[in-house]
Design a protein around this ligand. Structure first.
Ligand SMILES: Cc1cc2nc3c(=O)[nH]c(=O)nc-3n(C[C@H](O)[C@H](O)[C@H](O)COP(=O)(O)O)c2cc1C
Length: 303
């Protein structure tokens, strides 16, 4: 699949994540088994149980090596976690395996009412700082849109060492099964309707942050690629569209976006990039609250 994506024109690929839970889970299993072995006695005293749990880090490093060997475009590895600590040192091994950059996905559901926002945000900054000191490759932090002050959090993560931000992570909301009365995982692929959230934030933050911005969530059609670039994204990313339409859809996205730029007589993507960011449009308030009032009034008048 990665080779097909490269052939279809991918500028870079981000590998699936290595999860903090996987690393810590295996560390826990190893510790458990070794302590059980040390309790044994008699002729079993020298016996240590066989550990046949595949180490997810080894599996992941093989994936990074294999992908970098086969592709000539940059291969970006992904670490997924929320707290700093020992697992972060694997960023160094990922770099050695050939990753051109690391995407750090901070997928955090802050459900404890006793955990205040500043504490959570500090935890994320610490995590970014730790990854920054473990590796010298560029780090992109993939953020959730659910912060009270997205711009402030973004700026502090950049100060902590993020070279780029990926806006945004997509949160999967579990559903209820009314027959079994259980909470069930649910993963819906995004559609172009999901583009508006990252589009708006890229447009609003473009002039305010000194880092690269990647748009993620809801890029399904060539028009979505164009919109992301006009908002000021350095790159646009897509997952759902490739699962829905297949890897070759990437060629359709590129060709459709290129055709739009030609038809509208742009000489380069650089010329178009950011031309609809908040600071460049005639009515910057349209990005913020004034647009909310106007939207409600015009909708109310229609109904
Ligand atoms: C099947 C599937 C697997 C995913 N696996 C990961 C993952 O391993 N790590 C990660 O950070 N995001 C993962 N994501 C999230 C995507 O990277 C992306 O943030 C999200 O799908 C929104 O982008 P889209 O609208 O282009 O799909 C996954 C998404 C899907 C649909």
């Amino acid at each position: 699949v990665l080779e097909r994506l490269e052939a279809a024109g991918a500028g870079a690929v981000v590998l699936p994540s290595l999860f903090e839970e996987d690393i810590l889970g295996v560390a826990f299993t190893h510790h458990e088994m070794l302590s059980r072995g040390s309790d044994a006695f008699g002729e079993a005293q020298s016996y240590l149980p066989e550990i046949d749990v595949p180490d997810p880090v080894d599996v992941y490093l093989d994936l990074v090596r294999d992908a970098t060997d086969r592709l000539s475009i940059p291969v970006i590895a992904s670490l997924n976690g929320t707290t700093g600590g020992g697992w972060v040192r694997y960023a160094a091994e990922i770099e050695q395996a050939g990753a051109a950059a690391i995407e750090l996905n901070v997928y955090l559901v802050a459900s404890d009412p006793g955990d205040d926002a500043r504490h959570i945000e500090e935890q994320l900054s610490t995590l970014v700082r730790e990854v920054r000191s473990a590796t010298s490759v560029p780090i992109a932090v993939k953020l959730s849109p659910f912060f009270t002050a997205v711009g402030d959090v973004a700026e502090r993560l950049v100060d902590a060492g993020a070279d780029g931000l990926v806006l945004f992570n997509r949160f999967y909301q579990p559903d209820f099964d009314l027959e079994s009365l259980s909470v069930v995982p649910s993963l819906d692929l995004s559609t172009s309707a999901d583009l508006r959230l990252p589009l708006r934030w890229i447009g609003m933050l473009r002039d305010r942050l000194g880092c690269s911005l990647a748009l993620s969530s809801g890029v399904d059609q060539p028009a979505d690629v164009v919109k992301g670039l006009l908002a000021g994204a350095d790159v646009v990313m897509t997952t759902s569209s490739l699962l829905r339409h297949g890897p070759d859809h990437l060629g359709t996205l590129r060709a459709g976006a290129a055709a739009w730029f030609d038809e509208h007589e742009y000489e380069s993507v650089g010329q178009a990039r950011g031309s609809m960011r908040r600071g460049a449009v005639r009515e910057p308030d349209a990005y913020e609250r004034a647009n909310y009032v106007a939207t409600l009034r015009s909708a109310a008048a229609r109904w």
